[in-house]
Design a binder for this molecule. Structure first.
Ligand SMILES: COc1ccc(C(=O)NC2CCC2)cc1-c1cc(C(C)=O)n2cccnc12
Length: 121
C-alpha cells in the first residue's frame, strides 16, 4: 500500500472503534478527547505517570496495539482513574470521570465483550 492509501481495518479494529464511539458519547464535554496538558492542569505530568485519553486510545487501535477487546478496558480505566487522582472530588472533572467510568464499565462489560467477540471470529 502506498503511504496515502488507508489500510483496511481488521474486524478487531472495527469492533474497538465501535466501542470507543460508544464510550465517547458518555463524555459530551470532551474532557477526555485529548491529552491533558500542564497548561490547563498545573503539575499534571508530574502527578500522573500514565496519561491516557481517547485520541491516544484511537491511535493505539490504528497501530494494532490492542490484541483483544479486553485490553482497551485497561487504558479506559487508567484514563478515568487519572482524572480522579489529579482532580479533587468536588470538581467537574472528577465527577465526570466517575460517571464516565461507571457507564464505560457497562459498555465494556464481560457479556458485551463476549458477544462482540463472537461477531469478530
Ligand atoms: C482534554 O482536556 C480538557 C479539554 C477541555 C476542557 C474544557 O473544556 N475546560 C473548560 C470547562 C471548564 C474550562 C478541559 C479539559 C480537562 C480535562 C481534564 C482531566 C481529564 O483531568 N482536566 C483537568 C483540569 C483542567 N482541565 C481538564
Amino acid at each position: 500500500l502506498d503511504r496515502l492509501e488507508e489500510k483496511e481495518q481488521t474486524p478487531l479494529q472495527e469492533a474497538l472503534n465501535q466501542l470507543i464511539r460508544q464510550l465517547q458519547r458518555k463524555d459530551p464535554s470532551a474532557f477526555f478527547s485529548f491529552p491533558v496538558t500542564d497548561l490547563v492542569a498545573p503539575g499534571y505530568s508530574v502527578i500522573i505517570k500514565r496519561p491516557m485519553d481517547f485520541s491516544t486510545i484511537k491511535e493505539k487501535v490504528k497501530k494494532e496495539y490492542y490484541q483483544s477487546l479486553d485490553e482497551i478496558k485497561v487504558d479506559f480505566k487508567i484514563m478515568c482513574e487519572n482524572a480522579m487522582i489529579y482532580n479533587k472530588p468536588e470538581t467537574i472533572f472528577h465527577r465526570a470521570a466517575r460517571k464516565l467510568l461507571h457507564s464505560g464499565m457497562k459498555i465494556l462489560s464481560q457479556e458485551r465483550l463476549e458477544s462482540l467477540k463472537q461477531s469478530i471470529t
